[in-house]
Design a protein around this ligand. Structure first.
Ligand code: SF4
Length: 397
């Protein structure tokens, strides 16, 4: 097979993957992947092509670009219980050499098919050797072909600190898939992986390098952002387990995004008879995660049920407000930034707009909030405007 045939092969092998987190209603979707919006018809006038593993990715600022999401090899010596590529499965596998993949990618970029790449790999010959091949691909792209676009590199379990620093010099983003929130849960999912030593450690090194060397090489660019992913619903982990781990990762390792991939059973794996994760579970986890990252919530704030999961039928911010503001609504004219961020319908931009408007005088009615870009409805039951509930304010139209 030539390189393009191998990429088409990977497209078919990766078709079961879960590319799009359900984040539209809950916040910024920077860095997420979506399938080709045309349905991937492969028409000549559209950059997405069903033949290859090309996805649309949202960049900082909202720009969306087509990226090639591929592996260097689908050979893997690990045996993660949920994975299509786990060792011992009787499937055909393919491997691309670094120069082969880099050359094919550049041809696709020159034709306008792709503007970036997310590069991962099965583990073959150990994590460190596999990382070397990912780095070799990135070196060819950056140094031989002078590719300056988006490049997301996966960090392999067992990669060395020096390899991670080099990956950070070459990539726009780096990531490690933790997959499970605790050692116990990871043992169920991926018996050959070690959570702290192999998976958390690289993320700690990423954060350490960013702190100790604040600007990238030559001072020309910033260090890349880092992300991770959990598999949701296969190992008996609760939402509390996941969000406790996410809270730690956001606060201490400064991850840009945490992805929650809903488990889907695959035939021929030890987990083939487990049920798929409930789709609303991911929605609630993403909502809670944004509250941890951008709204000052701690995982202890969430209204977990007795089984440690979030209720599926209510947004966690709304549930928190019902418990805390329903009897004692928040006076918008006196509230601090962190208090405003707890009100349903008020985001970081809206909270700052309220603080700026208060410098000019009291906010007395919903119309003034609407002029600041805030819509009533969700917040009405939880706030006071100059001592009165909004429902008691006179209508201005
Ligand atoms: S290491 Fe990655 S590719 Fe290999 S079995 Fe585990 S999840 Fe699959």
């Amino acid at each position: 097979m030539n390189a393009f045939e191998k990429l088409a092969f990977f497209r078919q092998s990766m078709a079961f993957e879960d590319p799009e987190p359900p984040t539209r209603s809950v916040g910024n979707s920077t860095g997420t992947l979506e399938p080709c919006p045309t349905g991937g018809t492969g028409s000549e006038d559209h950059p997405c092509d069903l033949k290859y593993p090309i996805y649309m990715a949202a960049m900082p600022g909202g720009r969306r670009i087509p990226i090639l999401k591929t592996m260097l090899t689908s050979v893997c010596e690990r045996n993660c219980n949920y994975c299509f590529f786990r060792s011992g499965r009787d499937i055909s596998r393919q491997t691309l050499r670094p120069e082969e993949l880099a050359g094919a990618f550049i041809q696709m970029a020159q034709k306008g098919l792709v503007q970036g790449m997310l590069l991962s790999s099965g583990i073959a010959g150990g994590g460190s050797q596999t990382q070397d091949r990912l780095l070799a691909t990135a070196e060819i792209l950056r140094n031989k072909y002078d590719f300056r676009g988006y490049l997301h590199l996966k960090l392999m379990p067992g990669a060395q600190q020096a390899q991670i620093e080099r990956a950070m010099q070459l990539a726009s983003r780096v990531s490690v898939n933790l997959e499970a929130p605790t050692t116990l849960h990871l043992q169920r999912l991926a018996p050959m992986k070690q959570l702290v030593e192999e998976l958390v450690k690289p993320l700690q090194w990423v954060d350490q390098i960013r702190r100790e060397k604040p600007i990238g090489p030559g001072g020309e660019r910033r260090w890349p952002s880092s992300t991770t992913q959990f598999v949701v619903g296969a190992a008996g982990e609760s939402d509390m387990d996941l969000l406790r781990a996410s809270d730690y990762l956001h606060r201490n390792l400064h991850l840009r995004r945490i992805y929650y991939s809903g488990f889907t059973p695959l035939q021929g794996t030890p987990f083939e008879n487990l049920p798929a994760a409930h789709p609303w579970r991911r929605v609630r986890l993403y909502q809670a995660d944004f509250l941890l990252r951008d709204y000052g919530f701690s995982f202890e704030d969430f209204p977990f049920l007795q089984d440690g999961n979030l209720p599926l039928n209510i947004d966690p911010k709304l549930a928190w407000a019902r418990q805390n503001f329903a009897e004692q609504p928040l006076e918008i004219n006196h509230a601090r930034l962190d208090e405003l961020l707890r009100v349903p319908g008020v985001g970081p931009k809206g909270a700052k707009a309220i603080l700026a408007a208060r410098k000019k005088g009291k906010i007395k009615n919903m119309e003034e909030l609407r002029r600041l870009g805030l819509r009533g409805g969700r917040m009405d039951a939880f706030i006071l405007l100059d001592g009165r509930r909004p429902s008691f304010q006179p209508e201005l139209w």
